[in-house]
Design a protein around this ligand. Structure first.
Ligand code: ADP
Ligand code: MG
Length: 284
């Protein structure tokens, strides 16, 4: 039987948007020693604004091509690019053979030409050079439009840290819990967010399959909770001692998580830990 106090807490939690799918995880969350947050959409709003569009090749309509491809992707970066094109009244082109490159970008054919929209890490790996002055993009998320093996454009996007993130991190740190961040985004962007929030540690340019590996490594030292919202977060959520999906999230993240925080508020991580402590203290 479920102890009454646990049943009461569970339903009280649910009324406040904290859905407990796994009761053992709810008990375990009071012992968490490190919380690892995904960046985009978890600590940040995940709503990028297009700050700049760079064109390196004449006669290439960078935003039109990018938006035409990104309309097929659900990534927050993709949504922002499409939105910007709409705002500017740009009509989209027909796209063929669209494919996602997980954690790195997307690719497709437009007008018979092969394009990719990719991360800085992808360019580095592929040995493709690009010269955008660091000042022009300082601290922004940048994706590159590549045609064959040539960078023909770039889009700089800016996201904002959620106002609630700072308070959540501070409270967790006050409770003696280490706060960390995992992201596929560049080191520069990650560093800026980590500094702004006072995170203990961060891991940048992490590929989807590496997220779970990092959690596993941290588990050698800590009881670890992972908080994320994306498709790529599901393996890390599953690996963690407590997997927490936040916000609207993706179906995959929600199905994998032990606890779902319905509101997109990182302070709910603090609330669920406090509730777990109160609940299981009463039982002793
Ligand atoms: P995060 O950990 O921040 O959620 P992802 O693993 O989803 O990041 O993506 C990592 C990086 O891959 C992004 O910062 C971006 O550079 C690139 N990327 C992923 N999806 C797309 C896309 N649809 N269009 C352009 N770039 C993308
Ligand atoms: Mg993500």
């Amino acid at each position: 039987a479920i102890p009454l106090v646990v049943a009461v807490s569970t339903s009280l939690a649910a009324k406040n948007g904290l859905l407990i799918r796994n009761r053992q995880a709810f008990e375990r969350v009071k012992e968490v020693e490190a919380v690892v947050f995904d960046k985009t959409g978890t600590l940040t709003e995940g709503k990028f604004g297009v700050a700049d569009v760079f064109t390196f090749s004449k006669n290439e309509d960078v935003l039109r091509i990018a938006a035409s491809i990104e309309v097929n992707s659900e990534h927050p970066i993709a949504r922002s690019i499409v939105e910007e094109a709409k705002k500017r009244g740009i009509e989209l082109l027909k796209v063929e053979e669209f494919k996602a490159i997980p954690g790195k970008g997307v690719e497709a054919k437009v007008n018979g030409e092969f394009y990719r929209i990719v991360s800085p890490g992808y360019l580095k790996e592929a040995g493709i050079d690009v010269d955008i002055p660091e000042e022009a993009i300082k601290g922004k998320t940048v994706v590159y439009l590549v045609k064959d093996s040539k960078v023909i454009g770039a889009i700089a996007l800016a996201d904002k840290v959620k106002p609630e993130s700072k308070e959540a991190i501070q409270k967790l740190k006050d409770m003696g819990i280490k706060c960390m961040m995992l992201t596929g985004d560049s080191r520069v962007v990650a560093e800026k967010v980590a500094e702004e929030l006072g995170l203990d540690e961060f891991f940048a340019e992490v590929l989807p399959h590496e997220k779970a590996e990092i959690i596993k490594r941290l588990q050698e030292k800590f009881v670890v909770a992972m908080v994320g919202d994306g498709i790529n977060d599901a393996p890390a959520l599953a690996q963690a001692d407590v997997g927490i999906a936040i916000g609207a999230g993706t179906d995959v993240a929600i199905e994998t998580a032990d606890i779902i925080l319905v509101r997109s508020d990182p302070r709910d991580v603090v609330r669920i830990i406090e509730l777990s402590k109160k609940t299981y203290r009463k039982m002793l």
